[in-house]
Design a protein around this ligand. Structure first.
Ligand SMILES: Nc1ncnc2c1ncn2[C@@H]1O[C@H](COP(=O)(O)OP(=O)(O)OP(=O)(O)O)[C@@H](O)[C@H]1O
Ligand SMILES: [Mg+2]
Length: 1063
């Protein structure tokens, strides 16, 4: 099974890139790409992200191995259940960006890879939803990253929480309080270039909307000895160097300071004023700005700097012994500055520095100090001035962070989130009073941790109805009691030794300790130890068996440090200070108070108890910081050092408690949601209760009864391997599901698209149908109305025009005119014409006439010259014969031919005889003799001037038109005709009787050629003709059945013409 995934620096698998090919894995911010086989291998490679999932949870080696694997991949965060273990990477991993903040907002703690922001967000959400105060406890040894974590948390809240309605500046002040506190409370040590030399507990107040509205800081046990002494390679508090490096010339002059740390004894003890990783100059700028943000006035800043400078001047106060070995101040210049800067009387200060005031029997005695004592008194003053100023500073910051709305109703509903950045267990070669206090503090916090963890664990079991299985753990109450118990505790004994009259020393304290707690199993001294262990203990040492391991303390300085003595006359001098800050730090009431002030250890114990109470009242969250190496180098994993821290942070103990019962627990809903795809019955949805669904699911997965338990709301899984097997199954299942989901999604997507298109189509359709319907209805309405108007108009059609009939009449008119176009006559012979309505009769007639004229005009334009001639001839024929001769109607449809004989058919001789005279018409005819009436075949030719009768090749007769007097023809259907010739012309033989098959045509053409149209006689019965000189002939025409031409007995030519009934 190959799987492609990508890891981000937090170790999260964020992307399955390709399920079927070997895959790439991006690890770490440096972008290392590694090919891996499967998600399981990834787990092998980068370790588990929750130590409770370690198979071998009791093995410190596998614990450290898991840390190492993750560290190698720059995965610096790992859980132990709800506890976050963080390893300092000593490099910027780019994992605190705004995007990272967004990524962790509002997501379930276990759904995302371990991260500080996951804790931050979980805590914040619990604060908002459950409205319970929360506390994040950050512990770890110096340089492990506690302060960094605190700052990141604050940054997270400042950037992701809503802004308060009023007083948005609180957010800035919360953030800006850090550089100021760090300047005054942090220093470069061998372990950490920015080591917090005080414990810090910071409350952030949130209003009911979740906006930060205020804050409060508690500080613990400032390491004031640093003011006067630093180990080799270490520095004093940052502020001194920052002021000298970054302060303006003018400021330094006023303070009487030189820009050189080497000039100040308090700054040169560690011989390392310059540190490459620290830029004092720019840090000073940040601090100066921050002071303004947190409401420092210019005067206050001046007063504060005066104090800082006065500490430096104090360090340079030198003493010389007089002849009585009493100390005398030799540094006049310093004294002068001190007097001015602290606003005290110079003489008083000088005296106070070299004397000690003792009150014996109500009388004040001044006893001179020797050199050593004077130096002690001077240092004590410097420490007191600095530490009290620090306390004042914290108070000042608190005043600036205090919510201005403390009186408003919303204030009462605020919730508090506490951030505890406190020193972890310290075990050095040489451990003193400070380590004792610090380790005691850790002992208390461990006790609280055990109590709260076990309590919450037990509460969860109870709430879930699961039998509580007692957890074997080391209860460190016994050690806490050893330290803090009244009368019998180490602190009580120390106090007693400090307060008792007589010569009390550190060694008498040790003896007293040996006397009182010698039987305690966790206490050991050289004297109490057996032979074997005695060697490892010095005579001035005692050893405590802390929960995290043994620590040997040297008693040297215990009494002094616990007493924290400041001689009375120095106190008095300071009480008279005109520096406003000093006068607040040294209160006169202190002088009149007869009661001895609380010792340092007791004060610390009290504040610790108070802190424990504060923390107990809150829901805890833990961040355990680990330092990977002492060299402050990235990528180096020093196993010995880490094992040491794992031990002293009690992480194995943490894990044991957490794993005592079950390695993994999850709400049914969440479990079912994650793994439901592994069981057909729960996939894709489970309809019943989530609990039943989980029961079905685990049965399907084959969980054995001893592997899990079902609580009321959660499933508890005992072994990590069970969970891993389930995870692996899920990984495989996801591959196939992804394909399926893809397909389903695509189907769904396209179906949605289809449905959308369908819906749109239906919508358009219905809209269109509606439109059509409306149009149709409107049309119908209009039609009905029109019909109604028409009917009404029709009824009243004969009435004079009125509104009722106007439409109808108009309609009839319009429709007549419109329809007329289609009903016009098609040709000039067509006489049809639609009947017009009465009102249009006149117009109709005009139109008809117009139409006819138009047709005629068109017709005339279209006829050809030949056709025109034809028509003209036909018209002449009609004029002559229509209604007069029986065979005229038969001739009408037959076209007149231009000539019936072509020139080929006419003898050339004849043509020659005619000369240039053209032949206009030629037709074969039959000539009847004038005497015997014999028929002879002849040709009749018409020339422009004469009718020529031709017999074969001979011109038989030429009748000039001038001589043609007329033409006679019968009214019957015969085709005979007579050409009457001028009688006076003797050359003429007489009239000519001819017969032509085309008699109408022949005669019409002849009449036209000869211009004898009016000279054609149509005779009834008979025709008389001149048969020659003095002799006339007659032709009788009778109707009969068929044509018969004979010579009658009377000498007439008898023609029987068939009846045609055409007339
Ligand atoms: N998460 C981190 N990412 C990058 N660098 C870090 C981280 N945490 C710590 N460091 C580096 O380690 C240094 C020491 O961290 P920090 O000052 O927080 O330690 P500390 O636990 O507060 O120590 P101390 O107890 O001395 O105050 C920081 O100055 C920073 O350089
Ligand atoms: Mg710190």
């Amino acid at each position: 099974m190959a799987l492609q995934v990508e890891l981000i620096p937090t170790g999260e698998i964020i992307r399955v890139v390709h399920p079927h090919r070997p895959c790439k894995l991006t690890l770490g911010s440096d972008g290392v790409r590694v090919t891996m086989e499967s998600a399981l291998t990834a787990r092998d490679r980068v370790g588990v992200q929750d130590f409770v999932l370690l198979e071998n949870f009791t093995s410190e080696a596998s614990f450290i191995e898991n840390l190492r694997r993750r560290f190698r991949e720059n995965l610096i965060y790992t859980y132990i259940g709800p506890v976050l273990v963080s390893v300092n990477p000593y490099r910027d991993l780019q994992i605190y960006s705004r995007q990272h903040m967004e990524r962790y907002r509002g997501v379930s703690f276990y759904e995302v890879p371990p991260h500080l922001f996951a804790v931050a967000d979980t805590v914040y959400r619990a604060l908002r939803t459950e409205r319970r105060d929360q506390a994040v406890m950050i512990s770890g040894e110096s340089g492990a990253g506690k302060t960094e974590a605190t700052k990141r948390l604050l940054q997270f809240y400042a950037e992701t929480c809503p802004a308060p309605e009023r007083g948005g500046a609180v957010r800035d002040r919360l953030l800006q309080s850090n550089p100021v506190l760090e300047a005054f409370g942090n220093a470069k040590t061998l372990r950490n270039d920015n080591s917090s030399r005080f414990g810090k507990y910071m409350d952030v107040q949130f209003d009911f909307k979740g906006a930060p509205v205020g804050g409060h800081i508690l500080s613990y046990l400032l390491e004031k000895s640093r003011v006067v002494h630093q180990n080799h390679g270490e520095r004093n508090f940052h502020v001194f160097y920052q002021l000298l490096e970054g302060g303006e010339e003018e400021t330094l002059r006023r303070l009487g300071l030189e820009r050189n740390p080497q000039s100040y004894l308090y700054l040169v003890k560690g011989q390392c004023a310059k540190v490459s990783s620290i830029n004092d100059k720019s840090d000073w700028k940040v601090v100066r700005k921050a002071l303004t943000v947190i409401n420092f006035t210019e005067d206050e800043v001046e007063d504060l700097l005066s104090i800082v400078a006065s500490v430096l001047h104090l360090g340079n106060i030198h003493f010389a012994a007089d002849e009585e070995s009493n100390a005398q101040v030799t540094s006049e210049n310093q004294l002068k500055y001190l007097t001015r800067l602290l606003g005290v009387d110079g003489v008083t200060l000088r005296e106070a520095l070299i004397h000690r005031k003792i009150i014996a029997k109500g009388e004040e005695l001044l006893s001179p100090l020797n050199l050593e004592q004077a130096a002690y008194a001077r240092d004590a003053l410097a420490k007191a001035v600095y530490s009290r100023t620090f306390t004042w500073l914290v108070g000042k910051i608190n005043r600036s962070l205090a919510s201005k709305d403390a009186e408003s109703p919303s204030w009462r509903s605020t919730t508090v989130l506490g951030l505890l950045d406190i020193y972890g267990f310290e075990v050095f070669q040489h451990n003193s009073f400070e380590q004792f206090c610090i380790n005691y503090c850790n002992e208390k916090l461990q006790q609280l941790f055990i109590e709260l963890t076990l309590k919450s664990e037990q509460e969860e079991y109870e709430a879930e109805g699961i039998a509580w299985e007692p957890v074997q753990y080391f209860n460190n109450k016994i050690i806490c009691d050893l330290v803090e118990e009244k009368f019998k505790g180490i602190i009580s004994i120390l106090d007693e030794e400090c307060l008792r009259p007589g010569e009390a020393t550190d060694l008498t304290f040790l003896e007293k300790l040996e006397d009182t707690v010698k039987h305690h199993p966790h206490f050991l001294t050289h004297k109490l130890a057996d032979q074997r262990t005695r060697k490892s203990l010095g005579r001035g040492e005692f050893r405590l068996l802390h929960y995290a391991g043994e620590v040997t303390y040297s008693v040297t300085g215990f009494l002094d440090k616990n007493n924290d003595l400041l001689f009375r006359n120095l106190k008095e001098t300071m009480c008279g200070s005109k520096n406003p800050i000093m006068s607040r730090c040294f209160d006169r009431s202190e002088l009149s108070d007869k009661k001895r002030p609380e010792t340092v250890a007791t004060q610390f114990k009290m504040s610790l108890l108070q802190l424990v109470e504060i923390l107990k009242s809150k829901e805890p969250a833990y961040i355990r910081c680990i330092k990977p190496n002492d060299a402050k180098q990235p990528g180096r994993f020093d196993e010995v050092l880490i094992r040491h821290q794992v031990k002293y942070l009690g992480l194995m103990e943490n894990l044991r408690v957490r794993r005592a019962g079950f390695a993994y627990r999850r709400k049914y809903e969440a479990f079912l949601q994650r793994y439901k795809s592994l069981c057909p019955e729960t996939w894709p949805t489970w309809a019943g209760r989530p609990q039943d669904g989980v029961a079905v699911l685990v049965r399907h997965l084959g969980y054995k009864p001893e592997e899990y338990k079902m609580g009321r709301t959660k499933i508890f899984i005992r072994f990590p391997k069970t969970l891993f097997a389930t995870e692996d199954a899920l990984e495989i299942r996801r591959q196939s599901l992804a394909t399926k989901i893809q397909a389903t999604w695509r189907g769904f997507h396209w179906r949605q698209k289809f449905l959308r298109v369908k819906r749109s189509a239906i919508c358009i359709q219905s809209w269109w149908r509606g439109t059509l319907g409306r149009r149709k209805a409107a049309k119908r309405k209009w039609a009905a109305e029109t019909i109604r108007r028409l009917i009404r108009g029709f009824i009243l059609r004969h009435a004079p025009r009125c509104p009722e009939n106007a439409f109808f009449l108009d309609h009839v008119r319009t429709s007549f005119l419109l329809s007329l176009r289609r009903q016009l006559p098609q040709n000039i012979l067509d006489t049809s014409w639609p009947t017009p309505p009465p009102a249009l009769r006149e117009a109709s007639d005009l139109l008809q006439e117009l139409c006819m004229k138009n047709m005629v005009w068109k017709y005339c334009r279209s006829i050809s010259p030949e056709w025109k001639q034809q028509l003209q001839q036909k018209a002449v024929a009609s004029e002559i014969f229509k209604g007069k001769k029986d065979n005229y109607p038969q001739s009408v449809p037959r076209l007149f031919i231009s000539t019936r004989l072509s020139t080929d058919e006419i003898s050339p001789k004849v043509l020659q005889a005619l000369g240039s005279e053209p032949i206009q018409y030629a037709v074969p005819v039959v000539k009847y003799d004038r005497k015997g009436y014999k028929p002879r075949s002849r040709q009749l030719l018409l020339t422009p001037s004469a009718v020529v009768i031709v017999e074969d090749a001979k011109v038989k007769q030429r009748i000039d038109y001038t001589n043609l007097t007329g033409i006679s023809v019968s009214s019957l259907s015969d085709s005979l005709f007579v050409l009457h010739v001028q009688r006076e012309d003797n050359k003429q033989k007489g009239d000519v009787v001819l017969q032509s098959d085309h008699v109408i045509e022949t005669l019409t053409k002849t009449a036209l050629s000869a211009d004898r149209v009016n000279n054609i006689n149509i005779n009834q019965g008979s025709i008389t003709f001149a048969g020659g000189p003095g002799r006339d002939g007659t032709i009788d025409f009778t109707p009969g059945s068929e044509l018969l031409i004979t010579k009658a007995k009377n000498g007439h030519l008898a023609v029987v013409a068939p009846r045609l009934n055409s007339r």
